[in-house]
Design a protein around this ligand. Structure first.
Ligand code: FAD
Length: 364
């Protein structure tokens, strides 16, 4: 079959979650360039759910995703996707200013020493965000794709879209193998490649820029780490969380401009991460167990982009999910689906103003 109602370009969490919301009512195809969906940003995240992250507008999408992530319907997943651990926003001086809708409380030095044994004296206090949780990202992504396929959606991997043209109210998309597919609606869920995909469809890009972030799994001479809170610097210079009993996932919170690519970590960023980590706790660093990097892609105002392009008909943006694309995916997909289908927004997202995320907010 080569005729569809909707073609989604990109099989990461953005494309999979939107696909899962619309496949029951539209013949939908996901085309994914790699041989597996989730190979890029989705498979490389730090996997946490943090309500304060990304500012007040993103927080609305995150908060509206909470119940779905905690207790999804049984026909979607038998288990929830969150494991609560809390987050300490650590500071030497001023506490951070977080969105008012997010529950927090101040932790002074005495309590900090109990929560993070071995914390160095410079760190005076923290803001505890108790709702912070790990997300089972692979499970969530797989559940979206399962729902998508169960509702009749088709996934084609190793299927890079090279260009698309629009004629008589239909897109004809050409893949790298020369085959072509048609649909009246084309969704751009291409992550770091979102602007490239727009250009390949004759649509003006929005200025969505990929930024590399480095992650390091570090073995340390300390045990009992698995359930410690996520620890992040209020000044945005690092974060880490327990992964196994004696290892942590650590990031220097880097944000390095790069072209869309198969991102890999640089030695200097790994070294920076370890240096900053050693200034926080006295846990002896034993070795780097593994390291990886991924791309976080941002629109110029760092808000995601959901909605039809205001100039080119039938081109739907689902991009710019930055560092919050996993934790916002349930609510964002529901909101985007209602925009795409022209249907009423479900009650869980009815309070969120989709105009905030519209591509029409940019003048091009
Ligand atoms: C290190 C790191 C830590 C992060 N931590 C968190 C976190 O803790 N919590 C959180 O919520 N988010 C986090 N994020 C952000 C999150 O991972 C992203 O926002 C999310 O994965 C973006 O999903 P996506 O589907 O848009 O992109 P991707 O997963 O990159 O998917 C886009 C897909 O489009 C495909 N594609 C591109 N061009 C084409 C084409 N022409 N034809 C066909 N397919 C194409 C690509 O191959 C790719 O698979 C983190 C990201 C990184 C890198």
């Amino acid at each position: 079959m080569s005729e569809f109602d909707v073609i989604i370009v990109g099989g990461g969490i953005a494309g999979a979650s939107l696909g899962a919301e619309i496949a029951h009512t539209r013949r939908t195809l996901i085309v994914e360039a790699e041989d597996q969906c989730g190979y890029h940003s989705t498979g490389r995240s730090a996997a946490f759910y943090l309500e304060s992250y990304g500012g007040p507008e993103v927080a609305k999408l995150t908060l509206a995703s909470h119940d779905f992530l905690t207790a999804p319907r049984a026909d979607f997943s038998e288990a929830g996707f969150l494991r609560v651990r809390g987050d300490l926003h650590l500071t030497r001086d001023e506490l951070p200013d977080l969105p008012p809708a997010v529950e927090t409380r101040v932790v002074e030095r005495d309590e900090l020493e109990r929560l993070i044994p071995g914390i160095k004296p410079a760190w005076r206090r923290a803001l505890l965000e108790p709702g912070c949780a790990d997300i089972h990202v692979a499970g969530l992504h797989a559940a979206y794709l399962r729902r998508f396929r169960r509702d009749g959606g088709v996934v084609r991997t190793s299927a890079r879209m090279v260009h698309a043209t629009r004629k008589a109210e239909r897109w004809t998309a050409t893949l790298a193998d020369g085959s072509s597919l048609t649909a009246p609606i084309l969704v751009n869920a291409a992550g770091a490649w979102a602007d490239d995909v727009a250009r390949a469809c004759g649509v003006a890009p929005l200025g969505i820029r990929p930024k590399r972030r480095t992650m390091v799994q570090l073995r340390v001479g300390r045990s009992g780490l698995r359930d410690l809170p996520l620890v992040d610097a209020a000044d945005g210079s690092f974060y880490f969380k327990g992964e196994t009993d004696s290892s942590v996932w650590l990031s220097p919170h880097d944000e390095i401009d790069t072209d869309p690519c198969d991102a890999a970590p640089e030695e200097i960023d790994i070294a920076t991460a370890i240096d900053r980590f050693e200034q926080v706790v006295d846990w002896p660093v034993e070795r780097v167990e593994r390291s990886w990097a991924g791309l976080r892609s941002f629109a110029p105002d760092r808000l995601p982009v959901y909605g039809f392009d205001p100039v080119v008909a039938g081109f739907f943006w689902c991009a710019g999910q930055g560092g919050f694309g996993i934790q916002t995916s349930p609510a964002a997909a529901k909101m985007a689906a209602s925009l795409l289908l022209g249907s009423e927004a479900p009650s869980t997202v009815a309070h969120i103003n989709p105009a905030v995320f519209s591509p029409a907010r940019f003048s091009r």
